[in-house]
Design a binder for this molecule. Structure first.
Ligand code: CTP
Ligand code: MG
Length: 337
């Protein structure tokens, strides 16, 4: 298939910005939603304190990184001292406790890369994932939250992209498509690559924040109020950026060679990471480097079939924004693979 290079967007693209902005506003979690979340955390803390009085509860994921919507679940990390018990045993015990405290559908999912207990809070109806001592997730949550405060267009773009991915069926890691977290990293990377830049690379600046997790130093510049007008020179509207985002991932990104890295603030090569696809190995087809666990490729879930589906979705989205009469409706037409 012919890959088109750089092309210009339709001239009336900005006329769709108001509709996209009101969509973004409508996706934001309500005050009621947030207070229900707080109640859930409080009752969870109560349940856990009996068993683990010294435990700390951290929120991570979209309920804490500011990329949440009213459909987001609640992600909680339990920080505890582990003796001789294994994480799996602790999760099993945790599941029993929550079940006894009347949480619904409690299930220990221990085969995942990050084992969790998943449950439903009957009070709020929220789904809640609890992991043990996964402080990388706590660190990357803070990193994402800090990026979001530098330029408002990141939150707008990422919320709309997440919404699009959910409706188009390409936000399901168990089926070989990408996590919400991966889409947010793609948005950050994309805004770091704009000319003029809309986001800086916080991990390339003098570190002001440090958190040590399993012998890995997670460091970056977090004094973000110094960067409040970083992207001001770039005047692109959310409509233009959304189109350029899809156009970039559809036609400009080189999936055979490139790795997305917000840690470096630029595209790096599969070769230098030794993430070359080997015979009989379907992984590393689409490479998205985790900012702190740098050997972790968030695109690992993608196989030969799903990479095609994802790229075709990017192409469709770019095309809809370029040509459709009613792009803000057509773009989000639900689809299931
Ligand atoms: N996470 C991670 N590594 C992954 C996937 C997720 O560290 N491979 C952590 C990140 O801290 C991420 C959090 O788990 O923010 C939640 O991931 P995910 O559910 O994909 O993102 P949310 O932002 O919570 O999205 P949603 O609103 O869809 O729940
Ligand atoms: Mg989540």
């Amino acid at each position: 298939k012919m890959r088109r290079g750089w092309i210009e967007c339709r001239h009336d693209i900005d006329s769709f910005a108001p509709d996209l902005l009101s969509l973004y506003e409508s996706l934001k979690p309500s005050e009621e939603h947030k207070s229900k979340q707080t109640q859930l955390i409080d009752s969870l803390a109560k349940s856990l304190s009996k068993e683990w009085p010294n435990a700390r509860l951290h929120l991570y994921g979209s309920c804490a990184n500011s990329f949440g919507t009213s459909h987001s679940d609640v992600d909680v990390c339990l920080e505890i001292e582990i003796g001789t018990e294994s994480t799996v045993e602790i999760l099993q015990r945790l599941a029993d406790i929550l079940h006894g405290d009347n949480f619904d559908d409690v299930e220990a999912i221990t085969s995942a890369r990050v084992p969790i207990v998943r449950m439903l809070d009957p009070g709020s109806g929220f789904s809640c994932d609890i992991c043990i001592n996964n402080l990388f997730a706590v660190a990357n949550t803070k990193l994402l939250k800090d990026y979001a405060q530098i330029d408002g267009r990141l939150l707008q773009l990422a919320s709309i992209v997440k919404h699009w991915a959910k409706l188009r069926g390409v936000n399901e890691t168990y089926r070989g498509t990408l996590s919400s977290y991966a889409y947010v990293l793609m948005c950050i990377s994309f805004l770091q690559l704009r000319e003029p830049k809309i986001l800086p690379c916080l991990q390339a600046m003098d570190p002001t924040y440090i958190m040590v997790v399993d012998d890995t130093k997670c460091t970056y510049f977090d004094d973000i109020h110094q960067l409040h007008d970083f992207g001001a020179e770039n005047k692109e509207s959310i409509a233009e950026l959304l189109w350029a985002f899809f156009h970039y991932w559809a036609f400009q990104h080189d999936y055979r060679k490139d790795v997305i890295s917000i840690r470096m603030g630029k595209i790096i090569s599969k070769k230098e990471k030794d993430w070359t696809t080997r015979v009989g190995n379907d992984r590393h087809l689409m490479c998205i480097e985790d900012p702190f666990e740098i050997s972790h490729d968030l695109g690992r879930v993608v196989d030969r079939q799903t990479i095609r589906i994802i790229i075709e979705e990017f192409e469709r989205a770019a095309d809809v924004l370029q040509h459709d009469n009613d792009p803000c409706v057509t773009l989000f037409k639900p689809y299931n693979y």
